[in-house]
Ligand binder design. Structure first.
Ligand code: GDP
Length: 360
């Protein structure tokens, strides 16, 4: 799939750059453009991708702090500057537009849903959001911001891929120290996922996965997660049947961007590696296992030819909004919201819950 990436806020800009760099270094050809948008000048200065500063009249290049309502207002006022910066970049080649941002901060949290709305009004392309969920140890402001931002971005974007900052961090590192590692992991996983269907390397895939497989998988629900696992592989495909089934299991059970999210409406399994190492029987068994595990009958599968002596599984789970992990996060956000505001509680279901206000 060919995409234009837009990073909003500090985390968004760093991640957009990391994904674009991975795509370039691996010669994947999926990222056709990358833009970082921020209210903080200093955060943009450290980036090498294209940048757009917004909100200069309101915050003078100093950022919005953790105020995501201000982040949303600034994006609302200056969206035309971002649209101008994108002019001519979202060509007919682009299959989708992907927004990236931290849900817990200010600029990304508030700006991403507004920009999703603006982009959808102009482009007839799917707009996806890659939302970074704050870690459990981050303060209540982050949790409330993330809850409200998520609720709003789900409404505006076609699908939101959630990445929990606790999911891909090394256990011995603090969250701050671990950002570079997390960003590299996100770049590899999301970079490979986006490149699905873009032909690279020698061999051809036996069962081709193309952009429409990913689009159709994401279409089945509002929230999605991505799983990833890799292992050494024999040169003989017949010896890799079990390896492929355990790869899929590891990707879903331990390698996912949103741990414990296994109830899904749809899924896509991509096995990356040299075609002669990929066992058809293994891919088929792995696909069946995902059907059983997720309770979905809409599970697509295929290969991604790549030069490597290893195999990797990339699994997208679409429509995970009913998962325990999502409920757990929403509880955390609602609880924090009640502690920080006196707004009346009105418990209803999930995102309909009025205890988490929409941003706009
Ligand atoms: P903004 O610039 O106002 O949008 O705020 P940030 O992008 O700093 O958003 C804060 C949230 O993003 C917090 O939950 C942080 O944990 C997370 N965050 C900040 N920087 C990074 C980063 O480089 N990588 C990742 N994965 N998360 C980050």
């Amino acid at each position: 799939m060919q995409v234009v990436l837009i990073g909003v806020g500090q985390a968004g800009g760093k991640l957009a750059q990391a994904i674009a760099e991975f795509d370039y270094e691996m010669d994947l050809g999926a990222v056709t453009g990358a833009l970082a948008v921020n209210t903080a000048r200093a955060d943009l200065q450290s980036l090498t991708i294209e940048t757009q500063l917004i909100g200069q009249d309101r915050v003078k290049g100093h950022g919005v702090g953790g105020d995501n309502e201000l982040g949303a207002e600034v994006m609302d006022a200056d969206a035309d500057q971002v649209m101008d910066a994108l002019e001519g970049r979202i060509t007919s080649q682009a299959d989708a537009i992907v927004l990236v941002g931290g849900l817990g901060g200010g600029t990304g949290s508030g700006g991403m849903p507004v920009l999703a709305r603006e982009l959808k009004a102009v482009y007839d392309r799917p707009v996806y959001a890659l939302g970074i969920l704050p870690g459990r140890d981050e303060g209540s402001l982050y949790q409330v911001n993330a809850g409200r931002s998520l609720k709003t971005v789900l409404r505006e974007a076609d699908s939101t891929i959630m990445i929990d900052n606790d999911a891909w961090r090394s256990s011995d590192e603090s969250l701050q120290a671990g950002f570079d590692t997390i960003n590299q992991r996100v770049a590899r996983r999301i970079g490979l996922l986006l490149a699905t269907g873009e032909r690279i390397g020698e061999g051809t895939a036996e069962t081709v996965v193309d952009a429409s497989d990913l689009i159709n998988t994401l279409r089945r629900g509002e929230l999605a997660a991505v799983g990833y696992a890799t292992c050494e592989a024999s040169e003989d495909a017949a010896e890799n049947i079990n390896a492929i089934t355990s790869l899929a299991r590891n990707a879903v059970l331990t390698g996912t961007s949103l741990p414990d999210a296994v109830d899904a409406q749809s899924a896509l399994l991509v096995i990356a590696g040299e075609p002669q190492r990929i066992a058809r029987k293994g891919v088929e068994r792995a696909r069946k296992w995902i059907e059983e595990e997720t309770g979905s009958l809409d599970v697509r599968g295929g290969d991604f030819p790549m030069e490597s002596d290893r195999l990797a599984a990339i699994v997208v789970l679409g429509g995970i909004e009913r998962s325990r992990r999502v409920e757990e996060f929403l509880d955390r956000a609602r609880e924090a919201s009640e502690q920080t505001s006196a707004s009346p509680a009105d418990p209803t279901e999930s995102f309909q819950d009025d205890r988490l206000d929409d941003l706009f």
